[in-house]
Design a protein around this ligand. Sequence first.
Ligand code: GLN
Length: 450
Amino acid sequence: AALERIAKVDDTIHAFLHIDGEGALAAARRVDQRRAAGEALGPLAGVPLALKDVLATRGMPTTCGSRILEGWQAPYDATVVTRLRAADVVLLGKVNMDEFAMGSSTENSAYGPTRNPWDTTRIPGGSSGGSAAAVAAFEAPLAIGTDTGGSIRQPAAVCGLVGVKPTYGAVSRYGLVAFSSSLDQAGPLARTVGDAALLHAAIAGHDALDSTSVDVPVPPVVAAAARRDVRGMRVGVVRELSGDGYDPGVRAAFAAAVETLTELGAEIVEVSCPHFTYAMPAYYLIAPSECSSNLARFDAMRFGLRLGDDGQAGAEEVMSRTREAGFGPEVKRRIILGTYALSSGYYDAYYGQAQKVRTLISRDFAAAYEQVDVLISPTTPTPAFPIGAKVDDPVAMYLSDLCTIPSNLAGGPAMSLPVGLADGLPVGLQIMAPTFADDRLYRVGGALEA
Ligand code: GLN
């Protein structure tokens, strides 16, 4: 059914970069046979899933939405993929994304934009726009995205889905092509809080192959989602993440969600996180700095594209011709920004300063969680915007992640879930929790959804 749906709608939506029809059917048949033979099956046996094209996947291309990796196949599976296969998930294929996960609209893909199923003239969010669109268009019930500054939560919000960035270190980054290693985290996109919890539980857990993976038990996210009760919980509304600059429809849906939480017995407290105002500028120094280092590996020698190698040209010329043609404008902008911010004489003024701001943001969270159990805000300042509206204005595009970036900088988990419509377009509520208290997101989300 998923493959039929893809065949029917994906010419318009363009969520998929690679469809593995035969592989998916074979995997589904194996599950059927094993079920018939009475064998034990994984927790997501037979459930189709769309995988963001940034995770190394054996037997399929992994492009990261970039020309530089066109046709490249990973020789191994990312740990997330290994765990999905162990859960008996049926992988449908790889889905579209902003190039190397840099963007908020999926318009930075080298393979053309994905369209929002709610209104195909609008963006599906990004960078995990293919993941969100695939689920919203009923091409797949589940998808994996990755979130460095908001790339799971923002597309979830503008496509009317549940999306979760787990605690940094909770899900292995082994085989996740790095954009900004200290921020990147893979997580679930789904139509319900319960579905997201099942996928979260399937991919989380310690992995010796990732040195930043943390060895703590996976919090009880599935049970928390099923609890459907928030009585007595203290919920903090972040003063700095609302007000001017937010779409009136977003503000109205957010206010209604706060009202619902009160009716359900939660205690609402207004909380101030004064340094959140500096999260955006700090992020746009730290993420490009790490990107400039991580993307140095695409040197025309090791992976994918290789141009200008006529037997005469030197390595530097081959490298520069390949990177010139292989990377898109946003990726180049970030590499230049990051190289500048890390260069001698500027390091202390930019990168060093941004790291100090990062510490202050973590302290704001710590102080807030002395008063409340979770924090909430709108996920995005506006609903989905029209395709093309912000492509020529990087700073306007960057503002899409105003509310989501603080959790990436501090490492805590955060969820977006749908809380209504503004002019017919979905609006998301963001819930944030302390590190390794991911279950609190699911408890609040499950109660609101009910
Ligand atoms: N939109 C942000 C950026 O462009 C976040 C991207 C992400 O989370 N991968 O960097």
